[in-house]
Write a protein that binds this ligand. Structure first.
Ligand SMILES: Cc1cc2nc3c(=O)[nH]c(=O)nc-3n(C[C@H](O)[C@H](O)[C@H](O)COP(=O)(O)O)c2cc1C
Length: 396
């Protein structure tokens, strides 16, 4: 068997791009490292006491643009997780009081070693107490990132604030041929310059968002997203899809109600308890009504080839569905690249006629999904991915 499908790879020598010039650099980190810092659920905070004795603790943290011209800032709170001593007596707080220089590291470990990466942030730490400037902003940033903090009484707790940040980062593989391929060869690097060195940061950064802020989405953002969708591959290049855009609150409500009645029937048919049905319907309705904009991707099979036999006709339809999936993801990637977020709801698939009627779409336009768009209200929890070696069924 070829070793190309093997998981464990040799980790190549980091390139200058990975090491950011070989050492510390001022803010910001490269885009892929910013994504890592923004999405990491845990970091390891290193402090030292007055004599230089080091200590490291895992912390929940959030990044924000510090208030009052403080610049990029990282915050962590002495939260309600059980501790054996009071906030001020913890080693990290005593160390910071004695010596403000600290470091925070986040890392991605993966058995597929070509995906290893870390980001190190150095800065000057301060202890911010209740009532001090920036205490409220720090708690707001942490609550936006961690749902667990929303129900915790944190107003009286100490915050650790890192400012004056510098960074260094490393990754074994840019996902774009920067270093070594999964088999340890340099084949993806060769002499070819990557066209978009940050592509993997964009692809990994896109995430399904299920709760949005009320911030309106400019129409130009939606137009650019639909233009991007139009560049997706499609059978015969026919682009057998159309997109309905819903900004109207009234139509969002009508759509939520129309889809809910079908879903309610199906859930009752499944024998689900009344209160479970009510909760699921309420959550789904909130997602539809609460998103600043909805895009409803529809199949538009009228532009496809017509065949006399069922098999080829079926294949033609499947190709159209495949390409609609590609168009939707292309749209989502463009939205994410532009700083916006989106989700994916399959509800229209179960009641396409009702959705078409509610939106007043032409016959032959078949709603397939619903893409809520806006700015994420909180960082979603991501699902683990199958290592690439396990995704390769054969490499012959
Ligand atoms: C065809 C399709 C249908 C989906 N339907 C739903 C849905 O109805 N509700 C939902 O919350 N997410 C839906 N998703 C999103 C997936 O749950 C999500 O992509 C997956 O959990 C991976 O998370 P990520 O997108 O954040 O990487 C759907 C995704 C696809 C491709």
């Amino acid at each position: 068997m070829s070793d190309r499908g093997m998981d464990v790879a040799r980790v190549g020598a980091p390139t200058h791009a990975d090491l950011n010039g070989g050492g510390r650099r001022a803010w910001p980190p490269p885009p892929w490292a910013s994504v890592m810092l923004g999405t990491a659920r845990v970091g390891h905070l290193a402090t030292a006491d007055g004599r230089g004795t080091p200590s490291v603790v895992p912390v929940c943290f959030a990044s924000l643009d510090g208030p009052g011209g403080m610049g990029p800032t990282i915050v962590s709170v002495m939260d309600e997780k059980p501790k054996s001593v009071g906030d001020r007596e913890t080693r990290r707080v005593r160390n910071i009081v004695a010596r403000p220089e600290v470091a925070l590291v986040v890392d991605d470990y993966d058995e597929v070693w070509y995906r290893l990466a870390w980001v190190l942030v150095r800065g000057s730490a301060a202890i911010v107490g209740p009532g001090d400037a920036g205490h409220g902003e720090a708690l707001a940033a942490l609550r936006a990132k961690y749902a667990q903090y929303r129900d915790m009484e944190l107003g009286t707790r100490l915050v650790i604030r890192l400012t004056g940040l510098s960074t260094s980062s490393w990754r074994a593989h840019g996902g774009d041929g920067e270093t070594v391929a999964p088999d340890g060869s340099a084949e993806t690097a060769g002499s070819v310059e990557p066209r978009y060195p940050e592509s993997m940061a964009l692809i990994r950064g896109r995430r399904s968002v299920r709760g949005f802020t009320a911030e309106p989405v400019p129409p130009g953002v939606i137009r650019a997203a639909i233009e991007a969708a139009g560049w997706a591959p499609s059978p015969h290049g026919r682009q057998p899809w159309r997109f309905a855009v819903v900004e109207s609150a009234e139509i969002k409500r009508a759509l939520a109600d129309a889809m809910a009645s079908t879903w309610e029937e199906q859930l009752s048919f499944d024998g689900q308890a009344a209160e479970v049905i009510a909760t699921r319907l309420r959550k789904s309705r909130e997602r539809v009504v609460g998103a600043p904009v909805l895009v409803v991707p529809c199949l538009f099979p009228g532009v496809l080839d017509v065949y006399p036999d069922v098999d080829r006709q079926d294949a033609e339809r499947i190709m159209a569905i495949q390409s609609l999936g590609a168009a939707i993801q292309t749209m989502q990637l463009q939205l994410y690249a532009a700083g916006w977020d989106s989700g994916w709801m399959c509800a229209p698939l179960f009641c396409p006629d009702i959705v078409r009627e509610t939106l007043g779409l032409a016959p032959g336009t078949i709603p397939q999904a619903l893409i809520p768009i806006g700015r994420a209200a909180r960082e979603p929890v991501r699902r683990e991915r199958i290592p690439p070696g396990d995704l390769i069924a054969a490499w012959l």
